[in-house]
Design a protein around this ligand. Structure first.
Ligand SMILES: [Zn+2]
Length: 287
């Protein structure tokens, strides 16, 4: 055997050993990464083939940030589907609001740019319209109802509260009045949209224990929000954004309003909340 052949053999065996060592390292890191990912995530980023292996192994997708907010660290991988959040927009109309609109004191009780933003970003939503709102803006409500992105829910007929002392709203005193308001609102929405609504939201969210039975009697289901954005009579965008981000949970329902003078910064808040929630792994779904 010449020296040359010996050198080549030595070089070849070193190369093979090197490849083996590298492969073993990848396998070990993959095992480690899988254990970390299966345990719910890591606070340090792991990259490369081992990371890809770990992802494929436990069937997870990587997200850039932990959904529990800043300081939680970088979530490497998360089990199961992404988180779902339902956005809803109340469209209020009281007799007083209608008077101000008709007198020309208010240009509009909703912001068309909010609807446009939802469409542009393909964000499904439920619009809870009071019957008087639907009668005032039948074209809008009809268009929204025909768009598969949206559903129209019932928000009372004249946006009157079911209990006394509810944010100064007019008050439905008897069960007969409440049932009458419910059925009138339901029938108004059904006539304008061409389909029977199913969801109901209490004006001002005020209710007594027995009110749910009245709602059921009207063939509607009470929708209970988990996050009140606090965008009505509020021009503090930061506060609204903070509130929604802090209270967002998988399967939750957020109340916004459809804009207008009583919800002046909803669009601005939405433009910050939506990208942040999407970054945290939330998907928006209609009810
Ligand atoms: Zn309302």
């Amino acid at each position: 055997m010449s020296l040359d052949v010996g050198n080549r053999l030595e070089w070849l065996s070193k190369s093979v050993m090197g490849m083996l060592r590298s492969t073993m390292r990848t396998v070990w890191v993959a095992v480690l990464a899988t254990m970390v990912a299966a345990a719910g995530g890591a606070s340090v980023p792991i990259r490369g083939p081992a990371f890809a292996f770990a992802q494929a192994r436990i069937g997870t997708r990587r997200t850039d940030t932990g959904h529990r907010g800043p300081g939680f660290g970088i979530a490497l991988a998360r089990k199961g589907p992404r988180h779902t959040l339902h956005l809803t927009f109340d469209a209020d109309m009281t007799a007083g609001m209608l008077k101000r609109l008709q007198a020309g004191k208010v240009a509009s009780w909703y912001d068309p740019a909010i609807v446009q933003y939802l469409r542009d970003n393909q964000i499904p939503a439920v619009i809870f319209a009071s019957g008087m709102f639907a009668e005032t803006y039948p074209d809008l409500i009809g268009r929204l109802a025909r768009d598969p992105l949206f559903a129209i829910g019932v928000h009372g007929y004249r946006h009157a509260a079911f209990t006394a002392n509810c944010y100064g709203l007019p008050f439905l005193h008897t069960d007969a009045e409440r049932l009458d308001d419910l059925t009138r609102a339901r029938d108004t929405i059904a006539r304008i949209t061409g389909r029977a609504p199913t969801l109901f939201r209490y004006p001002g969210l005020c209710r007594d224990a027995h009110d749910d039975a009245l709602v059921r009697q009207a063939g509607l289901t009470v929708d209970t929000p988990t996050v009140v954005a606090g965008d009505s009579f509020n021009d503090n965008v930061d506060a609204i954004v903070r509130q929604v981000i802090r209270q967002a949970r998988d399967g939750g329902t957020v109340i916004f309003h459809l804009g207008g003078p009583n919800a002046p910064v909803t669009l601005e808040a939405l433009k910050r909340v939506v990208p942040e929630l999407r970054k945290q792994g939330y998907e928006f779904a209609r009810k």
